[in-house]
Design a protein around this ligand. Structure first.
Ligand SMILES: [Fe+2]
Length: 117
């Protein structure tokens, strides 16, 4: 990793370690926003509207957090990678496995398992 600069008080090794942790977090936040939007679009059933409407503010919060994380990486002299392939490359957690138009319980259970992982 080539750093643009090093923040006073941090050596290069400490900066690279912090940036790597933040990059992993950035990928998590970006993927979680995509997963929640997927659930927003596909959740069905009698209570779907409550879950559907609950998810969009969570997506916005995750994207705002991802922006903070990316800018923190840049502040530390790193280069935040927000590309889709970076999300896949950095994934160390279990992927979200609910797909298709299924009920609120299935999506909420899958979201709980995803967040736990
Ligand atoms: Fe929508």
């Amino acid at each position: 990793m080539t750093l643009a600069f090093v923040v006073p008080g941090l050596d290069e090794a400490a900066s690279e370690k912090a940036i790597a942790i933040l990059q992993n977090r950035l990928s998590q936040e970006q993927e979680a926003a995509l997963v929640l939007k997927h659930a927003h679009w596909n959740v069905t059933g009698p209570n779907f509207i409550a879950v559907h409407e609950m998810l969009d503010p969570e997506v916005e919060a995750l994207l705002a957090q991802a922006d903070e994380t990316a800018e923190r990486i840049a502040t530390l002299g790193g280069t935040p990678d927000g590309r889709a392939d970076a999300i896949v490359r950095n994934r160390t957690w279990k992927s979200f496995d609910a797909e298709g138009r299924v009920g609120t319980e299935e999506y909420l259970k899958a979201l709980i398992e995803y967040y736990d992982a």
